[in-house]
Design a protein around this ligand. Structure first.
Ligand SMILES: [Zn+2]
Length: 476
């Protein structure tokens, strides 16, 4: 009752509806809309520029010095193994800034799947609190693995790549199941690169003095090589405790510009995003392309409309599986002989390339953390708020106001094709009518924009999948 009155009042008063044909000349006339012009924010420019190749290199060399960071390796040494490594990551991030809340995210695990002995698994996380509890993650995994022959041998063997490997498949039983797995596993690219990127951004954001709207989390996962274990545990906890994770930017193998086949590409980065079409993760990938491309125009973001590479997995998928929006950054040209192998050393890294990937992450994370949350476009009955009213031939878009939004930006494209083709900034309204636009022929979406032009990722209007009920026939 209350809702329908409010709705009618809004429409009758003409306050919350913009009919485009009628008000085109009025666009951008409000201060909010003018401010939200999409110009770069000088603070983000500075943040992006403060990513340091030297620091990334120093972190990688230190990570390499632990010789192995395997989740199943020894924890007794202060200089070698996973125990020493995680303590160093913890101490280092705590040193960066008193504003960073650094903690271990700890779990006691019995043997299961590729966890062959009881272990204490610790993700290392640094939280930069924002005004809102909603969270933006930048992540990597600090654990490593090396097997005889590494990934190069398993690729070249032609073992069926289709379908992800079963993360719960039991590992070959070691002679002594309780012995730590202490073989050399330097993991400088897999995933020292994602870890260094995450730590460097913790420093840059922590030292910036900037106050963000969203809470930023710089997360170094463990147990990735045993089946995304640390990320799955953290995502499970977040789901159970209803922690509002808005977006995860996961980085795994992002430091090499030299493919094993000799092809070099230091100017692009792949961003994998699980579907279906116009899922939150796909919108996040488009967002990284749009805003990474604006703040770091010398680096090209290549969104990939699939969960990950064939037969390979990463921590972003652990979040996707529990319904969170998450994408996976992957270097464009991989050298498989340096993965899961003793040859994954500092020599395989290009610091200028890793720094560019860090800058793209910084631009995307900072823009998201300043911006309002993406608008909700679903009704209470989970139906997209898009109709053909008022004439029956129009595109009528509604959404729920996002806290802190001064304006909204509408996006659309032909219903065939991956990239937004058109965009239009509208004011602080929650309803727009595009006359004579057939909603069946386009994909529509809307992003929330604050008074300084910081934009959320887009929420698209998509039809939820229909459930099928069997048709009865006579006699059934
Ligand atoms: Zn990895």
């Amino acid at each position: 009752m209350t809702r329908s009155i409010a709705h009618r009042t809004g429409v009758r008063g003409g306050v919350s509806v913009v009919v485009l044909a009628a008000v085109v000349s009025g666009f951008g006339s409000t201060a909010a809309a003018q401010a939200a012009s999409g110009d770069l924010d000088a603070r983000i420019v500075k943040l992006v520029a403060s990513v340091s190749e030297e620091r990334l290199g120093a972190i990688l060399k230190k990570l390499e010095s632990f010789e192995t960071r395997n989740t199943l390796s020894s924890t007794s040494s202060t200089t070698r193994g996973v125990g020493a490594a995680r303590q160093w990551i913890f101490d280092e991030m705590r040193r960066y800034s008193p504003r960073l809340l650094v903690s271990f995210d700890t779990y006691q695990l019995p043997p299961q799947g590729r966890i062959t002995r009881p272990v204490e698994l610790r993700n290392v996380m640094a939280i930069l609190p924002g005004r809102s509890p909603r969270r933006i993650y930048v992540s990597g995994h600090y654990d490593t693995v090396a097997r005889p022959g590494g990934q190069g041998a398993s690729n070249a063997s032609g073992a069926a790549p289709a379908g992800a490997p079963d993360p719960d498949a039991p590992a070959a039983r070691p002679a002594d199941p309780n012995a730590p797995l202490d073989n050399l596993a330097p993991g400088v690219n897999d995933d020292g690169s994602g870890t260094a990127l995450t730590m460097e951004l913790a420093r840059v954001f922590g030292e910036s003095g900037l106050e963000f709207e969203a809470t930023l989390v710089f997360m170094c996962h463990a147990g990735e090589e045993q089946g995304l274990v640390g990320a799955r545990l953290h995502a499970q906890k977040a789901a159970a405790e209803q922690i509002p994770i808005e977006a995860v930017l996961n980085n795994d193998i992002v430091g090499g510009d030299r493919g094993g086949n000799g092809i070099i590409d230091g100017a692009t980065i792949r961003v994998y995003a699980e579907g279906p079409e116009d899922s939150g993760s796909r919108e996040l990938a488009r967002f990284v392309q749009r805003w990474g491309g604006r703040y770091v125009p010398s680096h090209r973001v290549r969104p990939m409309a699939r969960p990950d590479r064939f037969g390979r997995g990463g921590d972003h998928s652990a979040y996707n599986q529990l319904g969170f929006t998450a994408v996976g950054f992957r270097e464009s040209r991989e050298n498989f002989t340096r993965q899961h192998d003793v040859r994954d050393t500092f020599e395989g890294i290009s610091l200028p390339y890793l720094a560019q990937n860090a800058r793209v992450n910084a631009a995307a994370a900072a823009t998201l953390a300043f911006a309002p949350p993406p608008p909700n476009v679903l009704s209470e009955r989970n139906q997209p708020l898009i109709t053909r009213a008022p004439t029956g031939y129009d595109a009528n878009l509604k959404w729920t106001a996002s806290p802190g939004a001064a304006a909204y930006r509408i996006f659309w494209r032909d219903a065939w094709g991956p990239d937004w083709q058109h965009e239009l900034l509208v004011g602080g309204v929650t309803n727009v009518v595009l006359p004579n636009m057939q909603i069946d022929d386009y994909v529509f979406g809307v992003a929330a924009v604050d008074a300084n032009g910081h934009e959320s990722f887009v929420t698209a209007y998509v039809t939820p999948p229909r459930t099928s009920t069997p048709i009865k026939t006579v006699g059934q």
